[in-house]
Ligand binder design. Structure first.
Ligand SMILES: Nc1nc2c(ncn2[C@@H]2O[C@H](COP(=O)(O)OP(=O)(O)OP(=O)(O)O)[C@@H](O)[C@H]2O)c(=O)[nH]1
Ligand SMILES: [Mg+2]
Length: 328
């Protein structure tokens, strides 16, 4: 995003040098007041600008970690987006404030389908649901870090439920179940999903298994298979058949989600600690990697490489010397 343009939008007169702190302190009250345009702009900043992203997180972090995250995953074309529409609208009407984040909708489908998502977007926004695509890795470099930060922004903006759509585990590097409080796996009776499900590791991650396209042949059979294969060994999981097209099964799905929300809210602090640990490890790895690259590219290292090739020292001694300079 053009920072000059953003500074004007925020009535910041001194422009030229980028002023992350000022921009952040102007944009946050607008987000708090429910201004979606500002929320969208902050999301873009989070994706595109590393410095802004850090500044935003520093300012909002303490007020986040409250929203319940519902991860919706499953194979491409299973009906995740259609189902999320129904779910989001009904949850919103039921008194929640719902934000929907869709991970990279263009990477696995055609541009036409993306436009379809756009049309759906306007339906959702009309009833107060916030909708946003996550198209890039974000300024921090990792998709899951980017999603966590987008969730934080939505949380800060007052959304108590954040629904994240992502194509199934095994097909992308995003294992949504690791960052979701509730994971719903959506399956399609049309595409031999039994095998696909096992291959993609989807049998392990769901709190709810949704056999969608219940109006099509094969749905009941797939539902029985899911119950036999997954629910029998994990009684806490729940499986049901829905049709996002006709609406059948959606009330039962909502009912289950509403039961899980307070349960997951109670266990959230423990899950959050684990998530923070792994997120922290990612951030630290990035910092250490950049420190290491700068050392390896430095003059001293070049000299030591010369010495190694001249047979004056060995690689372990050199690595130990350089490591001691990282301060770790
Ligand atoms: N018959 C039938 N079609 C459905 C149902 N739900 C969704 N569809 C159709 O299935 C197609 C794919 O739906 P999407 O909601 O885009 O599926 P998706 O899982 O989000 O797809 P990706 O984001 O590409 O992974 C669309 O043409 C929908 O209209 C359903 O319950 N029954
Ligand atoms: Mg979709």
């Amino acid at each position: 995003m053009n920072l000059l343009y953003l500074s004007r939008y925020l009535n910041l007169s001194v422009v030229g040098v980028c002023m992350p702190k000022e921009i952040v302190s102007r944009i946050l009250p607008k987000i708090k007041a429910g201004d979606r345009l500002s929320l969208g702009r902050a999301m873009t900043l989070m994706e595109e600008n590393a410095q802004m992203s850090r500044e935003l997180i520093k300012s909002i972090f303490r007020e986040t970690g409250k929203a319940i995250v519902i991860g919706v995953t499953g194979p491409g074309g299973a009906g995740k987006s259609t189902l999320i529409n129904e779910l989001a609208v009904r949850l919103q009407k039921g008194g929640h404030k719902v934000a929907v984040l869709a991970v990279d909708p263009t990477s696995h489908i055609t541009g036409g389908a993306f436009l379809g998502d756009r049309a759906r977007m306007s339906l959702l926004t009309d009833c107060g649901v916030y909708m946003r695509s996550i198209g890039s890795r974000g300024a921090t470099g990792a998709v899951s870090a980017s999603i966590r930060n987008m969730i934080r922004l939505a949380d800060y903006a007052g959304y108590d439920l954040v629904v994240v759509e992502s194509v199934g585990a095994g097909q992308t590097e995003v294992d949504i179940s690791k960052i979701a409080d509730i994971t719903a796996v959506v399956l399609n009776p049309k595409t031999g999903d039994q095998l696909q499900m096992v291959k993609a590791g989807l049998t392990e991650i769901g709190d709810i298994y949704v056999v969608n396209k219940g109006d099509l042949e094969g749905a009941s059979m797939l539902l029985s298979a899911v119950r036999d294969y997954i629910c029998d060994s994990k009684p806490e999981t729940f499986a049901l058949k829905t049709s996002a097209k006709t609406g059948t099964g959606i009330p039962a799905l909502i009912e289950r989600v509403e039961i899980l929300i307070p349960e997951k809210r109670a266990t959230k602090p423990a899950r959050e600690k684990e998530m923070l640990k792994s997120e922290l490890s990612g951030i630290l790895s990035t910092l250490v990697r950049s420190k290491v690259s700068s050392l390896v590219e430095g003059e001293e290292c070049a000299k030591m490489i010369e010495e190694m090739t001249a047979g004056k020292t060995d690689i372990v001694t050199v690595a130990e010397k350089i490591y001691s300079q990282t301060g770790l």
